[in-house]
Ligand binder design. Structure first.
Ligand SMILES: Cc1cc2nc3c(=O)[nH]c(=O)nc-3n(C[C@H](O)[C@H](O)[C@H](O)COP(=O)(O)O)c2cc1C
Length: 308
């Protein structure tokens, strides 16, 4: 997820909470310059992604740019590259990229033809149901069916739903009936109960992608597998290692605190009455203020501990 689940997050998460079988990276946008930026290189370098399976994701509407970047990534040793057809952001869709590509079926078909006729490795696709109308998924699935997509990850919302409107699992069910290849479900899985309910509904689906639910509870997969709930001590250890890793890499308290704030937007739901210290975290712009606010938050009980 853009801005949050970079290489540092993935490595620290994997060390503390093993169980993710593939981390999909935040998208990178290849350009005609045919170079990765230093920031992109930090995210994709194989050394920083060692010890777990990572899948780089590309956001582009140009098949030549996709093929160049995918070729470089396969040469680095990645065995799968993902295509982003889901990003709903206005600046992305206005350029006809991300979910914007779903608006032009013929253009998408030409793009996929250009990608799959040249591809030297597995290409997966992350998509939404369409731009405005969920019925758009049916012609889209027909188009996807013509290509050897290694995994079709379907987030059952349209672009206009952004991340706000409810997910539409009924449309996932209908797409599953007609799409012949492997599919992955993504969207709104926040608790072990959510995961169990969807797995019960779609027993034939073998791939499940977690997003915001895993950010809010880094131990969600362990819990889905019947393991114990996250403890405050575990969260503290995870937090502290991530925070110190960022300080080392960025050599900037401000940048580190900025990154940690993004994560607290999700993690704060674990605590009882997080509002006051959370406000202090959001105001902090250097380590002393940030650390003191985090210490305060960790004196609050976990919501899960309250009822016990
Ligand atoms: C802040 C943010 C950044 C995201 N960045 C990406 C991204 O880079 N690539 C991608 O495929 N999806 C991205 N997503 C979408 C998520 O991967 C996921 O599809 C979406 O949040 C729905 O699933 P969830 O309910 O499990 O989070 C992002 C979502 C958010 C909220």
């Amino acid at each position: 997820m853009e801005g949050i689940t970079g290489a540092e997050y993935r490595a620290v998460h994997h060390r503390h909470f093993p169980g993710v079988d593939r981390y999909y990276m935040p998208f990178i946008t290849p350009t005609q310059d045919r170079v990765f930026t230093p920031r992109e290189l930090r995210n994709i370098s194989p050394e920083r992604n060692a010890g777990y399976r990572a899948v780089p994701q590309l956001l582009t509407k140009n098949a030549g740019d996709f093929n160049w970047a995918a070729g470089e990534l396969f040469a680095m040793g990645y065995d799968e590259v993902d295509l982003n057809l889901g990003c709903p952001s206005g600046t992305v869709t206005a350029k006809g990229k991300g979910a914007g590509m779903l608006a032009d079926l013929e253009g998408l078909d030409r793009f996929l033809d250009g990608v799959f006729s040249a591809s030297r490795g597995k290409v997966s696709v992350k998509t939404r149901l369409g731009l405005r109308d969920p019925e758009e998924i049916f012609p889209l699935v027909e188009c996807f069916s013509r290509y050897p997509i290694s995994l079709l990850i379907l987030h059952p919302r349209v672009r206009q739903d952004f991340y706000k409107e409810p997910v539409r699992p009924d449309y996932f069910a209908r797409a599953l009936e007609v799409y012949p290849g492997p599919m992955c479900y993504n969207g709104g899985l926040r608790t072990p109960e959510d995961c169990a309910a969807m797995q019960g509904r779609f027993p034939q689906v073998r791939h499940w992608m977690l997003g915001q639910g895993l950010l809010a509870d880094p131990a969600l997969i362990r819990r889905c597998q019947g393991g114990p709930a996250l403890t405050r001590q575990e969260l503290r250890a995870f937090h502290d290692e991530l925070y110190h890793t960022y300080l080392d890499i960025f050599q900037s308290q401000r940048n580190t605190v900025f990154h940690m704030k993004e994560l607290w937007n999700y993690l704060s739901v674990l605590f009882d009455q997080p509002e006051k210290p959370l406000k202090r975290i959001r105001k902090a712009d250097a380590s002393p203020a940030y650390e003191s606010a985090v210490d305060e938050l960790f004196t609050h009980p976990f919501l899960s501990e309250k009822g016990e």
